[in-house]
Design a protein around this ligand. Structure first.
Ligand SMILES: Nc1nc2c(ncn2[C@@H]2O[C@H](COP(=O)(O)OP(=O)(O)O)[C@@H](O)[C@H]2O)c(=O)[nH]1
Ligand SMILES: [Mg+2]
Length: 201
């Protein structure tokens, strides 16, 4: 028996898979964000903060934190049946910068997480993506107890270009993180479309 095109349900779709980086300073909530949305048990490489690491891993102003991600976080989320994101949390400490070039290979875009109590911690990540023209948005992870600032003030403090989206978020909340991820995908698509237009004109 042969089925016509419209008689059968749609064939299973082969989803598009996209790679998104999650960057930002130490303790800003990268591991939390990946864990909040991942459908697979997030793969983490955590190492107990050792005495040797203390002078470099400054935890002042960071929630009680006794482990640190030395390699990266890895997770997956299906945004739609035809769209799957793979999330790669970048190591926050400067001594792991060498891994970033490897990680950013093939990435569609990035989330830079920021904490308004330590905004300067995400400057390096912003510089990194700007320099490589990797589309990114800034997610301000709203910790309780941290002062809330108007979006425009945060944008100004970060010296963000007008086209870079900035969203308030809670790295622990699945829906909030999904909004951030949808935002990155949309932003990256817009950027790509603009680049194509610039090329064809
Ligand atoms: N109150 C609050 N705590 C958070 C939030 N996001 C992360 N944390 C906590 O902050 C600490 C650092 O988060 P983590 O995800 O490990 O940071 P990472 O170093 O960027 O991976 C952990 O103890 C988290 O539970 C948040 O949105 N609100
Ligand atoms: Mg981490």
């Amino acid at each position: 028996m042969i089925f016509g095109r419209s008689e059968r349900g749609k064939p299973p779709v082969e989803p598009v898979t996209l790679k998104i980086l999650v960057a930002g300073g130490f303790g800003v909530g990268k591991t939390t964000l990946v864990g909040a949305v991942s459908e697979i048990r997030p793969l983490r490489t955590e190492e107990l903060l050792t005495e040797a690491g203390r002078p470099v891993d400054d935890t002042s102003g960071v929630e009680a934190k006794s482990t640190t991600t030395v390699a990266m976080d890895f997770g997956r989320i299906t945004l739609r049946e035809d769209l799957v994101l793979y999330l790669f949390g970048t190591p926050g400490q400067e001594r792991f910068w060498f891994m970033w070039d490897e990680l950013s290979e093939g990435a569609l875009g990035a989330v830079v997480l920021a904490d308004t109590r330590r905004l300067e911690d995400c400057f390096a990540a912003i510089d990194y993506f700007e320099r490589r023209s990797i589309p990114f948005l800034v997610g301000v992870n709203c910790f309780e107890g941290a002062a809330r600032y108007p979006v425009d003030d945060v944008r100004q403090a970060l010296d963000l270009d007008d086209h870079v989206p900035l969203l308030m978020c809670d790295a622990r909340e699945r829906e909030s993180v999904k909004d951030v991820l949808v935002g990155v995908v949309q932003h990256a698509m817009t950027q790509a479309a603009q680049r194509r237009r610039t090329v064809t004109i």
